[in-house]
Ligand binder design. Structure first.
Ligand SMILES: Nc1nc2c(c(=O)[nH]1)N[C@H]1C(S)=C(S)[C@@H](COP(=O)(O)O)O[C@H]1N2
Ligand SMILES: [Mo]
Length: 558
């Protein structure tokens, strides 16, 4: 009697080995994620569950962790984040699969709740509406349903005739399931007198469980890969970029003399090709913005708010300038700086059309993905070349660099000036609203700090004794560079030869010829900006207003 009661309890679930159960959990949740991914791809790719959870995570991450991630993983930080979320999801869903052996209903509910977390993340994204939660909600239901299906009670045909034949727990279909999942042998109970009857009745269930596993796995693979293909296609702006005819600038950049290059191999080129240009942003997937439907709204504290289309923007007088962009997260000697030739419309012209309220002290600029920057109004109206750029180095902006339009303001770090995938310009006040990074403790006003970087020789490299070119780039955008000096060990500071520049708004190459004697030497560089101020030796971390200190490189002379 007791045996038979136990058997009925156990009969509530399909019995599997632990790895098999864990795999079933992963499969069920995976199917839900795949379906949600497909639905997102068909509607709005950025609402895919992993992406929206990742994006919500990025926005909630404390600044120190974000700094650590950027430092540690560089531009791979996004792949690392998505990988970590996927790995956590696998662990959690494996746990849910294991739980299903004992508490099937709870496990099914949990599988559904996992999907609902993604739905909440999707709906909490800036500018999101209830519709954005639909893919994740459907995915959640699929996960729950798939787990229920894959763990549904075994019902041998004989069961209806009476309890006797099912007195022992029946490992229905587990061998097939394990085979289908590539798992280990099932923990089948020892055969009892009922073996013959079980064998006779297990057939159909065994098959149906197998069909369930294969069906769910197939659904996951098909939905996931179709979603991936469709999503990629929909977020591909290359056709739109290729169709654009850039007008000639009304105010072209000056011809660059060949002397912008000091002619030393290994120095960062004066103009960095788009493919090599550093990329820093919070966007987990690159926003795909259609220039055909894009518009820029000029609103906030203005007399006459208006919107303009991409064609309207291109029809305005365009200025072309060489401008250097720098990230506040750049460490001393770091690579988060780049110089390019930009083509765009002056921010001042765009604001003039709207009439700015004189009480506005900041210009909020907003990205399609909800990111924002606040730039001192003075910095975009004082006559400097602050532009809404549409092109970078002669081609429409690359998707990663803000296609179809972004801001570039000489002299300020990117987080307070360089909004990519720009959709709105709003004069406002610092007391009324704060931008993305300012809310997170970074500086309100962040002019670029003067910096000299040594590009060659590289740290800890070996060089031949004799004449060695020590060279690099330096910057102090909008103040300009007056000089660079190099010190070897504790020797005198020697003045570098500077490359020429088209304006004070770009970085500048520098070179010193050093007569290197054998041994281990420390090279140290410092720049002096156009106001006569030499960059201080005292180190400051990037947080909250940019790194400071002299770049040092140790080399071995042989
Ligand atoms: N939409 C959006 N724009 C953004 C950012 C961002 O996270 N989102 N990051 C800013 C920062 S911190 C920098 S340094 C520059 C980098 O521009 P780049 O990636 O084209 O080099 O973009 C700025 N514009
Ligand atoms: Mo930045």
């Amino acid at each position: 009697m007791r045996d038979s009661a136990d058997a009925l309890d156990q009969d509530d679930v399909v019995r599997r080995s632990a790895p098999g159960s864990a795999a079933v959990g992963v499969l069920a949740v995976g199917a839900g994620v795949a379906v949600a991914h497909l639905l997102a791809a068909l509607t709005e790719p950025s609402r895919s569950p992993l992406v929206s959870v990742g994006a919500a995570f990025i926005d909630l991450t404390p600044t120190w962790l974000k700094e650590f991630a950027v430092e540690r993983f560089g531009t791979a930080d996004k792949a690392v984040l998505l990988g970590t979320i996927a790995a956590l999801l696998v662990l959690i869903s494996a746990g849910v699969g294991l739980l299903a052996r004992r508490r099937r209903r709870t496990a099914v509910a949990l599988a559904t709740v996992i999907g609902l977390v993604a739905a909440v993340a999707a709906i909490s994204r800036p500018g999101a509406s209830a519709v954005d939660a639909v893919p994740a909600v459907v995915g959640a239901l699929v996960s729950g349903f798939a787990l229920a299906l894959l763990t549904r009670p075994a019902r041998p045909r004989g069961a209806a005739m009476g309890p006797a034949p099912t007195a022992a727990p029946v490992p229905v279909g587990s061998a097939d399931v394990m085979a289908a999942l590539g798992g280990t042998a099932p923990d089948a109970p020892p055969p009892t007198g009922a073996t013959a009857a079980t064998a006779a009745t297990a057939g159909p269930d065994r098959r149906s469980v197998l069909v369930g596993v294969v069906g769910v796995a197939g659904l996951a693979v098909v939905a996931g890969s179709v979603g991936e293909v469709v999503g990629r296609r929909r977020s591909d702006v290359s056709a739109a970029r290729a169709a654009i005819r850039l007008p000639a600038p009304a105010d072209p950049a000056v011809m660059l003399p060949s002397t912008v290059e000091v002619g030393v191999a290994g120095v960062t080129p004066f103009r960095v090709p788009n493919a090599d240009f550093y990329r820093v942003d919070t966007a987990l997937t690159v926003p795909a913005v259609d220039p055909g439907t894009w518009s820029l709204r000029v609103g906030g504290m203005v007399d006459r708010p208006y919107s303009l289309s991409y064609a309207d923007l291109l029809a305005m007088p365009l200025v072309e300038r060489d401008l250097t962009l720098t990230c506040v997260s750049n460490e001393v000697g770091g690579q988060y700086a780049g110089n390019a030739r930009w083509l765009g419309v002056r921010v001042k012209d765009l604001l003039a059309h709207a009439g700015v309220d004189p009480r506005a002290d900041q210009l909020l600029s907003r990205s399609v993905d909800g990111w924002s920057a606040s730039t001192p109004i003075a910095a975009v109206t004082d006559g400097r070349d602050a532009i809404v750029a549409v092109a970078m180095n002669g081609e429409p902006l690359p998707a990663e660099h803000g296609f179809p339009a972004r801001m570039v303001v000489p002299g300020l770090y990117g987080f307070v000036s360089a909004t990519k995938w720009l959709v709105a310009l709003e004069p406002s006040t610092y007391s009324a609203e704060q931008a993305y990074w300012t809310k997170r403790g970074w500086a309100t006003d962040a002019p670029v700090r003067t910096m000299a970087r040594i590009d060659v020789p590289q740290p800890l490299s070996s060089v031949r004794a004799g004449r060695v070119a020590v060279a690099g780039v330096c910057w102090a955008q909008h103040r300009g560079i007056d000089g660079v000096e190099l010190q070897v060990d504790d020797g005198p500071w020697r003045t570098a030869k500077l490359g020429s520049v088209p304006s004070d708004d770009t970085w500048r190459q520098w070179v010193v010829t050093w007569d290197a004697a054998p041994g281990r030497h420390t090279l140290r560089a410092r720049a002096t900006d156009g106001t006569g101020r030499t960059q201080p030796a005292a180190r400051l971390t990037p947080f909250p207003s940019g790194a400071q200190g002299w770049h040092e490189v140790v080399v071995i002379v042989e």
